[in-house]
Design a protein. Sequence first.
Length: 204
Amino acid sequence: MKNNIEFFFDCSSPWTYLAFKEIVPLCERNHCDIVWKPILVGGIFNSTNPSVYEHRANPVKEKLSYSKKDMSDWAKIRGIQFNWPDKFPVNSVKAMRGAFYAIDKGFLPEYAETIFASYWTGNKDISNSDVLTEIISSLEWNEKEFSSYIELADTKELLKKNTQELIDRGGFGSPTIFLNKTDMYFGNDRLHLLEKILDNRKLV
């Protein structure tokens, strides 16, 4: 029986971009089914992890310096060019609603990669409707259909539902990964551990 991977993610997070670049090949190597779970990480911070805002307002100088180095090291490994965006944090709600449209079309990885790269490499404001229209056009999707979809009440509810689900399951940020429903991993740097766990299960 295949292992199941749930990937809870918000494209506004640089660490999530790093994890996203690896999660698909990891699942392919280990023959895992992947379930994409778009969320709004700000909703999680507001509900269960407000200390994030305090750290942003009053960062520890040494920790901030190391974090930048750490991110740069991981970016090299993942093949990502980070150009820190002018607008950070960004309101990713429309972009993340759009992820459900991409899931319906069966092209979530392509959509997410374009959103991530537009924001984290291209310094484009993904909260801006014109930027999203440009992205949808580049994917050769129907712009009017996409715009209507992300404003549907059902679409808005899907994003709220996923966000609340992660909170209810003990999550506190993005990316959060669940292996077979109950085994939780948080952060890009836990993917190596996740793969080791999967390797060990093959030996049982």
